[in-house]
Design a binder for this molecule. Structure first.
Ligand SMILES: [Fe+2]
Length: 356
């Protein structure tokens, strides 16, 4: 009997080991003392063609595996193993309890030019040691397409398995369910704390947020109310950061004044003393300073570059059309932001200061 049980256990182990990991593992929803480990497995595939037997496309059947841990200690590195294989191992660090130094990265618009996306990830791994990563949206070209997600996950594998990941929803995700499932996002806008800093992730993709104009308006109002409440509740934080896909201002000629809803939120940034906003959507690097608040567009993760031909007068610090990521080194009352190109060149550098 013991032998049969042993054989069965071995068979289960083999079956588990044989599962192909198509995404992750990665840590998401890391909030205070709890974290969720997610990995995506491929369970077969489906083929598609316009005539029987003529196969044009194939897409994997993806299944999300996730498990949550609580009772974690602050400022500790934890190592996880989801299936006993090398591909199933990863680590993450929990947020510190106080104002200890930490580092995070912001980048986005990784949806196309996979070779460039790969170089940006290599650059992050080479020039930064982030504890977490904020993706400013447009992870893939079409969030509905199950064939695209394993490509994204393959390129980001070595980064995702050593950080906590917080993505913003881009228009190319098309508000698809897969985004919510992979990253265990309950609502498309959320917030979290890291040490004494507060982070708010908004869903600026109003176009896909609902199907009718009145439902879109209701969504935006609900998000705005939540945003203000969250800002109000975070006034004791030493830094407040806002991340969203669509920028409130841009140097891209054809997109000026293209995101009026985001621009209309700026009085809340002022009123509740946001330290800096990070955005994507425009495939370049832009840095503005307006009424003491830094606004950064970081959309240089791989998608084809856009011009910066019309930088808004009076507020532009830097605008350059180049692939990059942003590294933020937090150290007590001062934080250093650097925009870094794929070759390690520092494109822009500035300091942030904690709220008094
Ligand atoms: Fe976009």
């Amino acid at each position: 009997m013991k032998r049969i049980v042993g054989l069965l256990a071995a068979a289960v182990c083999l079956a588990q080991a044989a599962e192909k990991i198509a995404g992750g593992p990665m840590v998401v929803n890391l909030k205070g003392r709890s974290a969720t480990v997610v990995w995506v497995v491929e369970q077969g595939s489906a083929k598609l063609g316009t005539t029987p037997g003529a196969i044009d496309k194939s897409a994997p059947a993806l299944e999300v595996r996730q498990t949550s841990f609580s009772g974690l200690a602050p400022g500790k590195t934890y190592y996880y193993d989801v299936d006993g294989s090398d591909a199933g191992k990863g680590s993450f660090k929990t947020p510190p309890s106080g104002a200890e130094p930490f580092e995070f990265v912001v980048f986005g618009d990784t949806r196309t030019r996979h070779d460039v996306h790969r170089r940006v990830i290599a650059s992050i791994l080479k020039y930064s040691e982030p504890e977490f990563v904020l993706h400013s949206g447009d992870l893939v070209s079409d969030g509905y397409d199950s064939a695209q997600w394993p490509v994204f996950f393959d390129i980001e594998r070595e980064l995702l398995r050593k950080i906590a990941f917080y993505p913003a929803l881009g228009n190319h995700e098309r508000n698809n369910r897969q985004f919510y499932d992979f990253f265990q996002v309950g609502t498309p806008y959320y917030s979290f704390d890291w040490g004494t800093a507060h982070f708010i992730v908004l869903n600026s993709d109003l176009g896909n947020a609902a199907s009718t104009p009145s439902a879109k308006e209701a969504f935006w109002q609900a998000q705005k109310t939540w945003f203000e409440e969250d800002l109000k509740a975070s006034q004791k934080a030493s830094y407040r950061f806002v991340i969203a896909h669509h920028p409130p201002m841009t140097a891209v000629s054809r997109r000026q004044a293209g995101n009026p809803e985001m621009a209309a939120l700026l009085p809340l940034f002022d009123k509740y003393k946001v330290t800096a906003g990070f955005f994507g959507h425009d495939h370049n690097y832009q840095h503005y300073l307006k009424d003491g608040i830094h606004y950064v567009v970081s959309g240089g993760g791989g998608a084809p570059l856009y011009d910066v031909a019309n930088p808004p007068a009076g507020i532009t610090v830097k605008a350059t059309s180049v692939e990059h990521f942003c590294r933020i080194r937090m150290n007590g009352d001062t934080a250093k932001v650097a925009a870094i190109g794929v070759d390690g060149a520092v494109l822009d550098e500035f300091e942030l200061h904690a709220s008094k």
